[in-house]
Every structure is written in C-alpha cells, then in structure tokens.
Write a protein that binds this ligand. Structure first.
Ligand code: G6P
Length: 614
C-alpha cells in the first residue's frame, strides 16, 4: 500500500536509482508514481504522473537531471482520487519541502482548517499535503530547525505514516519517520536508502535498519542519526537481509503471479525445511517451541488475518478442531481490533500475514498483547512488524511474493498450519504414533503432488477459455474445502473482475441457487472426504438448474465425471490435507481467465499487495 523509496549519497544518478526502486515497489500501489530530486542549483524538481511507474519515468527521461538526493513514491490512493495533482511527491506551500507518504493522517481535516486560517492554500486533495504544510508551519516558528519541527509536528499527528522528506534549504539531508507503516533504511558505505520494504534496497546493500514506530531518521552521505519522539538518540541495530535479487525478478515468466504459482512445489518444500524430518519420523516447529505447552493447554485458539490469510485461518479452524479438539475462532483483523475482544491469558492467538504489515492484523497483535494473551505470528516477510512484535512465530520461508493476488503464501500458510495441527494432535495423544508418522510422510509428499497438478495447466487453460466471458461464477465446497471455495472465488474476482462467490455447498440452496441460469459456471471442490456423497448431491441440484459444473475431483469417478461439464483431477491425499492441492487449479484458472481478458494479473485495479492502512 504505497511504496516509498528515497536516496541520499555520493552518486549523482538519484533519479535512476529511485525509478529502479519504484519498479520493484510497484506491487504496493500503481495508481500513480513520481520522484522529487534536489538538483545542483538546490531546486526541487518533481516528475510525477497518474498511472504506472513507466509513465512518470518517461517525463524524467526527457530531462535526466543529475542529483544526489531524492524521494520517490508509488501510490495506492486513500485521500484524493488518483490523478496527476494528487500524486506524490507533494510540495509544501512554500515549495521548500517535498514529501512522500504511506498511511493515513486521521486528524488532517482539523489541521487543514487551522492552516487555511493561517493563509495556506492547498493544491491537492491529500492528507499528505496537510502534513507537510503543518510541518512547514511549525518550522517557521522553530527558527528553521527542521529536525525539531518534524518532531513537534509528528507528536501532534494522529494516524499512520511512513514518510520521506527533502528540504531545499538543507539540500544534503534526507528525513524519514514512521508510525504504523513500515520504513527500512539501507546502508552501503556513503549511500543510504529509505524504503517501504527491503526489495528495492537489496540491489544496493544487504545492511538494513528497520525503523521502529515513532522514530525519525536524519541522513546525509556522511552520517545517519535516529531519534525518537522524546528526542532520545537511538542506537540502531543493523541487520542483514537474506533476500536474493533473483527472488524479486520474474525469472522468465510473463508475470509474478504465474511465477509464484509455478514455484509452489519449491516454496512449500522451503516451508517444511528443517521442520519435517522423515528419517526421524518427526516434525519440529521450533519457531513456537516456547509456547507449545501453552498451546496444549489453551482453552481456545483464535486465528486473525485478512484476505487470503483469513482463508488459511478458516482451513486451520476445521483442521485444528478436528485433530486437537481445542475450540478455534477465526477473525478478520479489521473486526477483531474494534470489538474489544474477550481475551484471557490462556488464549493463544495466531496472526497470519504474508506481508507482516497489514494494519488491521498488526493492530490486533497489539490489542492481544495488551490483554495478556499469547500472540504467535505466521508471517512470510522476515523482519516485518508483525514478525517483530508477536511473542514467537513461524516464518513461511516462501520467498518474496510480489503478485498482488496471493498464491504461494497461501499454500505455505496451510503447510505450516497443518504441521502445527499435526504436532499438537500427536502431543495431545489424539493422533497416535502410527498415524502421526503416516501424516508426516503425506505432508512431505505434497510438493510432488503439487507438481503433478501444475502439469495439467493446459487443460485448466482450456476451461478458462470457456468461462472468461461469463459475468458471474460460484464456488462451493464442504468442510476444509469450503474456505478453498472462498479463496478460489477471491482469486477470480481479484484479477479477472468477474463476480465470484464462495459458499459451503449445502448453503447454495439458501439463496445463491437463485443466481443460477443456464451456463452459469459453478466450480465445485469435490475431492474425497467425509462429506463427499453430500457434495455430489449438491452437484445434482446445480445441474438440475442447467448451470455449468466444473469439478475438482481426486479420482476418475465415472458417475461424477459424467454428471459434470468439466473436471480437473488432482492426486488423492488423505487426512484433510486436500485444500493445499485443490487451490492450485483454482489459482491457475483465475490466472488464465484474466489472461484471456487481457488484464494485468500482477496489478489488478484498485488493489495493493500490502494494506498498511485500515
Ligand atoms: C491484501 C492483498 C491480499 C492479502 C491481504 C492480507 O488485500 O491483496 O492478497 O491476502 O492483503 O495480507 P497479508 O500480507 O496480511 O497476508
């Protein structure tokens, strides 16, 4: 959700550095983008434009000025529609300062009124312009000590922000600050970077500092200083990022989404690495070791997430309850945080998040900790805010996920949740040793089975060709495969803009069946489970309304294959692990439908990868 990149150093091609960074960050927002540079005459030059990064870059390339300092931004609009004037960077009223901002200033309207009374005129509809003018107003009074002005202003700001600012009066200094939204500092000798995440930094350096909430950083090519809002100097902890450049490139695929779908055999394997040991017939979840006892004695497990991560939580709800008999509740972060949740010290709350930065999930962690319950993270992005503030957690190790529609993160979330469930169940003596070992073997075999499904992609592509002109699709499944239906529908609507809904198969008759017409696609997840026969009965109901049934099956059941219009056969797997296989054809289906519609699957309209505003 909005990407920030900033640079100060001894290289005079800041513009090029910033645009390269923006290309890498584009998955965070692509409503508009732009950069601001301080040129050799100490003037601020801005190149920004509505639309993708390429368009703003085109403007810059016409001039190609040399500069050693600048800030850049790729936007996901919150305040003010996505147009040229609302694009960042945004200048202050005097045009002395330029700012880029990720987040939302909640008290902007009251500050705007005060500033208007003082004669400020606003050129944009953004809360960001209010923030920079507020800083400017304070700066006027504080005898032009910019660091102090920034500090005073930020203490009066409500809301979330990550910001980078340049000031033409002190042209060698770059300023950054954060609260709620992420900001990372990259250090490479006399060259410094500020960015929303490590991905645009890794090209230049592996040394980073993760700024904490309410910290302000002041950087020149000589020096870096971090202070907090109490004006205390902070000794920064420099960390190494483990990201490799190849991991954030497309590797020959036409999109990140397809690359990420195709690499799932590897990413799932990585999530199991060091955790499943087939030789020792055991599995270890070291990340949450200290809290295993707490989990075994938990009165209740709560799982919190948003979007795809919430769907992974729903699968876990079925799985955990079946195999551990501990009651599980699954919550949207956005609801959990505002309903004063009842939490006790013997509750364990899992927070699932690919990015580790989703604002609603992050805030839910803080509430959980305040109320004394245990907070465990299941996060992909190493060093992210949720990973840092939870009590303990398991990283997915799926590698960076850049396609806006989450794919490999979902299957890695599932494998981690399955491993936790199996381990707990064995410790609770619900799954006995023989079955435990059998389940470990099955989990270990999943990457191979995923590969077999990926090999069927041409068949899935052909089905996509049949449905891409439809207006609406329904998805249905039962038990652990009901959330797979939700996730399949989410994938399709996110990237193809076809209206899609997921339902528990039996719920269809309580309303959605009214939507069925001749030829309406209904995607049914019908792999073997305790409810298999019942799902087949639901298919009959759908077929009786002449809808078009596309079934995910796990065996060549002649009766079902003949009943449905199209079938995709996935390998059989027992013990409720099927969601991790069944979602793969649905990811591919959504991808090919969007491709047939000629859409950009990596940058679906109105969406952003990392939602750092509530
Ligand atoms: C956004 C993304 C989704 C993602 C959700 C939660 O909406 O577009 O793909 O599932 O945020 O993100 P998280 O990083 O917390 O898993």
């Amino acid at each position: 959700m909005c990407g920030i990149i900033a640079y100060v150093g001894n290289k005079s091609n800041a513009g090029k550095i910033l645009f390269e960074g923006l290309h890498t960050l584009e998955y965070r927002g692509y409503d508009s983008s732009g950069i601001a540079l301080i040129n050799e005459k100490n003037n601020i030059k801005i190149y920004k434009k509505k639309g993708i990064v390429k368009l703003a870059k085109k403007k810059f390339l016409k001039e190609k000025i040399s500069s050693k300092i600048g800030i850049g931004h790729t936007r996901w609009a919150t305040h003010g529609e996505p147009n040229n004037k609302n694009s960042h960077p945004i200048l202050s009223y005097s045009k002395n300062f330029a700012i880029v901002h990720n987040g939302i200033i909640e008290n902007y309207s009251i500050l705007k009124k005060i500033l208007e009374e003082k004669g400020y005129k606003f050129r944009t509809d953004t809360d960001t312009e209010v923030l920079i003018n507020f800083i400017e107003e304070i700066n006027k009074k504080s005898k032009f000590d910019f660091e102090n002005s920034l500090n005073t202003a930020l203490r009066q700001i409500r809301g979330a922000f990550a910001i980078a600012i340049i000031n033409k009066k002190i042209p060698n200094y770059l300023y950054g600050a954060r609260r709620g939204s992420p900001l990372v500092v990259g250090i490479s000798e006399n060259n410094f970077f500020l960015a929303s995440d490590a991905s645009p930094i890794v090209k230049h350096t592996n040394d980073v500092i993760y700024l904490k909430d309410n910290e302000i950083v002041k950087i020149s090519s000589e020096n870096l200083k971090i202070t907090n809002l109490k004006k205390e100097k902070i000794n920064p902890e420099v960390k190494k990022i483990e990201l490799k450049i190849e991991e954030i490139e497309k590797g020959g695929y036409d999109s990140f989404m397809l690359k990420e779908i195709m690499e799932q055999p590897k990413s799932i394997k990585r999530s199991m690495l060091g955790r499943i040991n087939v030789n020792k017939k055991n599995l270890f979840i070291n990340g949450i070791n200290d809290y295993v006892k707490k989990l075994l004695n938990a009165k209740r497990i709560i799982i919190v997430g948003c979007g795809t991560s919430w769907h992974a939580g729903l699968v876990a709800e079925y799985f955990f309850e079946k195999y551990t008999r501990i009651p599980v509740e699954v919550e949207y972060g956005s609801e959990f945080r505002y309903r004063n949740p009842i939490l006790n010290s013997d509750d364990v709350v899992f927070f699932i998040s690919q990015s580790g930065e989703t604002a609603d999930t992050l805030e839910s962690v803080k509430i959980t900790k305040k109320k004394g319950a245990t907070a465990l993270g299941i996060v992909n992005n190493v060093g992210s805010s949720i990973a840092r503030i939870t009590d303990e957690g398991c990283y997915l190790h799926a590698g960076p996920e850049i396609g806006v529609a989450s794919t490999k993160a979902f299957t890695s979330q599932l494998i981690i949740l399955f491993m936790i469930g199996v381990r707990l169940s064995n410790r609770l003596n619900i799954i006995k040793q023989k079955k435990y070992v059998e389940m470990i073997y099955q989990l270990n075999n999943i990457p191979k089975l995923v590969e077999e499904i990926l090999e069927q992609r041409n068949k899935i592509k052909n089905i996509a060709k049949i449905i891409y002109k439809k207006n609406s699709c329904l998805f249905m499944g039962r038990g652990t495969n009901f959330p797979v239906g939700l996730e399949g529908a989410l994938k399709l609507k996110e990237i193809s803009y076809i209206h899609a809904e997921g339902y528990p198969a039996a719920e269809l008759k309580h309303g959605p069946i009214a939507l069925l017409e001749k030829g309406t696609p209904v995607i049914v997840i019908c792999t073997r489970s305790d409810e298999y026969e019942k799902t087949i009965a639901n298919i009959e109901e759908v077929k009786a309304r002449k809808a078009m049934v596309i079934a995910i099956l796990d065996s060549k059941n002649k009766h079902v294959s003949e009943m449905v219009d199209y079938s995709i056969v996935v390998p059989q797997i027992k013990n409720d692990f099927s969601p991790i296989l069944n979602i793969i054809p649905l990811q591919l289906l959504a991808y090919y439908v969007a491709k047939y519609k000629g859409l950009d699957v990596d940058k679906p309209r109105n969406l952003a990868k990392s939602v750092t505003v509530e």
